[in-house]
Design a protein around this ligand. Structure first.
Ligand code: SAM
Length: 264
């Protein structure tokens, strides 16, 4: 698919910068994951975890530091996977490994099952087909395992992002997205913005939730947060890796999480 290939090229342009950025950050041996996620995951010691859309593996390594038995990251970009493996080697994380794959095709090449299937922070919008995605998620879960996603809120993605930063809410994108939005810049959260065509699909909440239900999962919860996980312009870092607009209090939902288990 043309859009996926363009996304792959675009993300690959950032791999080396991301590797260098996250290598520095992780060198303090701490866990660099925001508290919305940490609190909801709870105790994951001794578990196996599959991390979808893991980029260069920084969060996979942080999650492994929480005491996982095994962590496997998956990403579309060959160079992200190359640098993710390098990062695991740098920090001597022998129980962390990575697979290069389109998430939507992962079940064609990988058949293990995990206690936790995890994905977070800038993920679902890169996927054109959530029904297929949810089937892949289910196929990677043990029957007593769980799925967890933490991502940017579909409602937040309706507004002109530059104007939000100035305190204005002007609708720019469709909520019921039938076709991808095309952009010509990517990145900017861990390295400079690069010029590269890329495609993003804004999925409605009903599309996300119904895809999971149709794949045989039961929703344990849906939580909404007034904080975002990157600094989108004029925002304060209110907690490590969590940002809030200076001019909106709790008026806008900026991120959400869902936990789901296999329906019995
Ligand atoms: C914003 S980053 C997510 C970063 C993530 N929060 C982390 O752990 O660092 C989005 C990632 O999704 C990956 N990606 C995009 N489309 C994908 C697909 N179809 N299958 C697998 N990975 C994909 C990109 O290569 C990129 O690394």
């Amino acid at each position: 698919m043309k859009e996926i290939n363009e996304n792959k090229k675009a993300w690959s342009m950032l791999s080396k910068d991301h590797y260098e950025h996250y290598k520095k950050r992780l060198s303090d041996n701490k866990i660099h994951i925001n508290e919305n996620i940490i609190n909801e995951l709870g105790d994951i010691k001794g578990k196996s975890l599959l991390h979808l859309q893991c980029n260069t593996g920084a969060d996979t390594i942080s999650l492994a530091r929480l005491g996982l038995n095994q962590a496997v990251g998956v990403d579309l970009s060959e160079s992200n996977v190359f640098y993710a493996n390098q990062l695991a080697k740098d920090f001597k994380m022998n129980h962390v490994s990575f697979i290069e794959s389109d998430v939507l095709k992962l079940d064609e090449i990988h058949h293990e099952k995990y206690d936790i299937v995890f994905t977070s922070e800038g993920v679902l919008g890169w996927l054109p087909d959530l029904k297929k995605w949810a089937k892949v998620v289910r196929s990677m879960m043990k029957d007593d395992g769980y799925f967890y996603v933490y991502d940017s809120h579909p409602f937040f993605h309706l507004f002109d992002e530059d104007l939000l930063s100035l305190g204005e809410t002007k609708l720019k994108y469709d909520y019921f997205n039938v076709k991808a939005d095309e952009a010509d810049e990517i990145g900017g959260y861990a390295s400079d913005v690069k010029h590269a065509k890329n495609y993003w699909w804004n999925h409605s909440f009903s599309d996300i939730i119904n895809a999971l239900i149709e794949a045989g999962l039961e929703i344990n919860y849906l939580h909404e947060f007034d904080t975002l996980f990157w600094q989108n312009g004029n925002m304060d870092e209110v907690k490590p890796y969590l940002f809030k607009y200076k001019h909106f209090n709790n008026q806008l939902p900026l991120s959400y999480s869902i936990k789901a288990t296999v329906k019995r």
